[in-house]
Design a protein around this ligand. Structure first.
Ligand code: NAD
Length: 342
């Protein structure tokens, strides 16, 4: 069966996923596209032989759409995910699942009431070979019990619409998700320390931020979020255990010696850093939709667990903030290939 997919939001990642679904993975076909910019939606849709539809609701309701991909702006995600659940169709939502814990919980409740898992969240790092290798090392006990994790999430630059809260809501969600999965642990408190601001960009923005998380098992995590670092898209992660450490490998790129220098290129964005992870994520998701089985990747519960309300409060108050999570419903119990629900 070819899964017919409708896409809401044809921006950077929407177009990249449309290319992936059309030309890279098997078993999927994009049949409908919408965007706030109708002319742009028409152009993107035409490029892959799909229809452009006026709104996200039209995409969700379309009879030739078996499953929905939400790649619009974060604050619009909850509305479309909830509508897709109401229509009884599977939905892949790019991160974040929603921009508040309250909205994430509404999605969790709607999906639980529906009675079958329909939602997968785009935390693709769980599919990355480097993170998977790290997890194997940790799970095999090779570094002993994990004690500390040092992380950095650096982007060259962000648009003017990026706010200080988005460092938690839009950026650190990736680390929170992948660290919950890597450590099999939950974050219980967070503090945000604010270094001197970079002069390179955006008056309104607190950038960088250092987020300090504590887990239920007492692991301490420091995460530098620096979204105007200028030099590249740089994701670092090092887990220190009782008897060793494991470090995320940098993406393979050749070392060039020329003009008296030895250089290795730094990738510039997420498309270059995680292409294989995105491909694997979509291949697996498409297969689950085709087989009408539960998605194997990060769940709506994982989307809720990663959302940064406490981190935003910690930034705004300057205090250590406890993370108050609801109890996980039994509906989300059990491990999966994407390493999901816990
Ligand atoms: N997994 C990752 O690493 C990763 C990487 C990049 C972006 N993202 C996420 O993907 C989402 C989109 O990011 P982007 O970089 O593509 O942004 P973008 O601004 O390039 O694209 C978003 C598109 O959605 C459209 N849109 C917004 N609201 C809409 C609505 N209500 N109906 C229809 N179209 C609408 C906009 O017109 C725009 O074309 C964000 O949530 C972002 O956090 C995830």
């Amino acid at each position: 069966m070819t899964v017919r997919i409708g896409v809401i939001g044809a921006g950077w990642i929407g177009q990249d996923h449309i290319r992936r679904l059309t030309h890279v993975i098997t078993g999927a076909e994009v049949t409908a596209v919408t965007d706030l910019d109708a002319a742009h939606a028409a152009e993107v849709a035409t490029g892959v032989g799909a229809r452009a539809l006026p709104t996200g609701q039209d995409v969700i309701a379309a009879p030739d759409v078996d499953a929905v991909l939400v790649t619009s702006w974060g604050p619009t995600h909850a509305e479309y995910v909830l509508a897709t659940i109401a229509a009884g169709k599977p939905v892949f939502c790019e991160k974040p699942l929603a921009t508040s814990a309250e909205d994430c919980l509404r999605i969790v409740e709607a999906e639980t009431a529906y009675g079958r898992r329909l939602v997968q969240v785009g935390f693709m790092r769980r599919y990355d070979a480097g993170y998977r290798a790290m997890k194997q090392v940790i799970d095999a006990g090779e570094i002993g019990v994990p004690l500390m994790v040092h992380c950095a999430h650096r982007n060259p630059t962000v648009p003017a619409s990026y706010t200080s809260a988005m460092a938690a809501q839009d950026t650190a969600v990736h680390e929170i998700d992948v660290l919950r999965w890597l450590l099999d642990d939950e974050i219980v408190s967070v503090q945000v320390v604010t270094p001197r601001r970079t002069s390179k960009r955006l008056e309104h923005l607190q950038d960088p931020q250092i987020m300090l998380f504590e887990t239920a098992n007492g692991v301490r995590i420091d995460l530098e979020v620096f979204v105007n670092c200028q030099y590249g898209y740089d994701i670092q992660c090092e887990t220190v255990g009782e008897s060793g450490l494991v470090r995320l490998p940098d993406p393979a790129s050749p070392s060039v010696r020329s003009a008296g220098r030895a250089d290795t290129a730094v990738v510039q964005d997420w498309r270059e850093r995680f292409p294989a992870a995105f491909d694997a994520e979509f291949q697996e998701w498409t297969a689950s939709v085709a087989a009408a089985t539960a998605p194997t990747g990060p769940s709506a519960w994982d989307g809720y667990a990663a959302i940064g309300d406490a981190t935003v409060q910690a930034l705004e108050s300057g205090r250590i903030v406890g993370v108050a999570m609801k109890d996980r419903p039994a509906f989300y119990a059990g491990g999966t290939a994407g390493g999901t629900a816990r």
